[in-house]
Design a protein around this ligand. Sequence first.
Ligand code: S3P
Length: 446
Amino acid sequence: MCNMPQVAMSRSAKVKGPTTIKGSLSVPGDKSISHRAALLASLANGTSTIKGYSSGADCAATLDCLRRLGITTEIGNGTLNINGKGMTGYGASINPAILDAANSGSTMRMISGVLAAQPFVSIIDGDASLRRRPMNRIIEPLRLMGAEIVARDTSFPPLTITGTRLRSIEYSSPVASAQVKSCVLLAGLFAQGRTRVREPYQSRNHTELMLPAFGVKVQQDDDWISVEGPAELLPASYTVPGDMSSAAFFAAAAAMLPGSALEIRDVNLNPTRTALLEVLEQLGAKIERTNLSTIGGETNGTISVSSDGLRAETGGTMIRGRIIPKLIDELPMLAVVATQTEGRIEIRDARELRIKESDRIRKIIDCIRALGGRIEEFDDGFAIEGPQKLRGARLDSAGDHRIAMAFSVAGLAASGSTEIVDSECVAVSFPEFYDVLKTLVVSDAA
Ligand code: S3P
């Protein structure tokens, strides 16, 4: 509905296998961290400088929303300047403000925490995929804080948010979701007093780590994370590290394709994001972490990945419970890895996958079966017994970037040619994915 870059869903990509990958690469700036840096910078008093902002369409959607709220930005030399106007600086040139989060759940769920405190009405919508994703998880806490929100069919976008003076709350989120946690913390910056939030299992903690860089104190007692409002944010210079969730496709490919070895530079190694690496190590991959540094509370570094074959534990490897939020975005890739691993891998407690950019459990099942693989479906996960011989096929990504990338990597393991329909959707988080992949493939189909 807004005039912003949309991801075209027309092209398909072809990948040939079986093959080996080798080389050194870096990946675009972390998507989760970029959204947060843009949102916090927009609320700071003055200009913040962000290096390495994600090149993905999701993060462009956040910037587009901010510009429609009167925030100006400049881009040049790999640096993004965001001219924050302070906590009361947003304005709507038309009333209500009309915002488009495109494909981005993070944009919609996090910015809603800020919109809930504005003295005007906003309508925020998204594409067909986002319109299917539930928003009651943020509507509930924001209503408890006093916001007035109307959603289609009680939970779905578009959301009409009538901003108000918010009150602080203590909120125990029923889901382990960093988007929900961040939405409540952002709203808490506007509310009088202390806003506290906790979740059943820890999710990615980028908001908590970044707030101090913008001058906001964050308290953590046991599982509770809290901020004191009304807050004032200072502008910051922030460098966004490479996205672990983008690096994951290559790390997993190097671990599962025999004879492969990769080095991935300048990637975020925040422990709330690296569980896939730990699982790959548990399966026998060799992963070295070097050049470690801490920037803005985030641990970053280089990883080198290789393996002599992957093997599950005797009796099978079960992945469930508190590790799930720490590799939720990597589960499509892990499913592909499981097909190339000796033994059984079972993933449970991952029902959240059904409400991502697509029903990812459904897509994983369909794509693995289309490649001739075997997989057992559960309501909250799947199980795969490997190793399996996959053969190339035509796969529908359903416009889901992580499905497209995970099954492009599957195509490297499969014999023959694999075609990924709607492959352009990779631009949501990693527009350079296929260009990078081309530089790493060293041998063609046997
Ligand atoms: C994100 C949190 C996760 C993740 C998404 C990005 C974030 O979603 O799947 O890709 O940036 O906070 P949930 O909060 O819904 O678990």
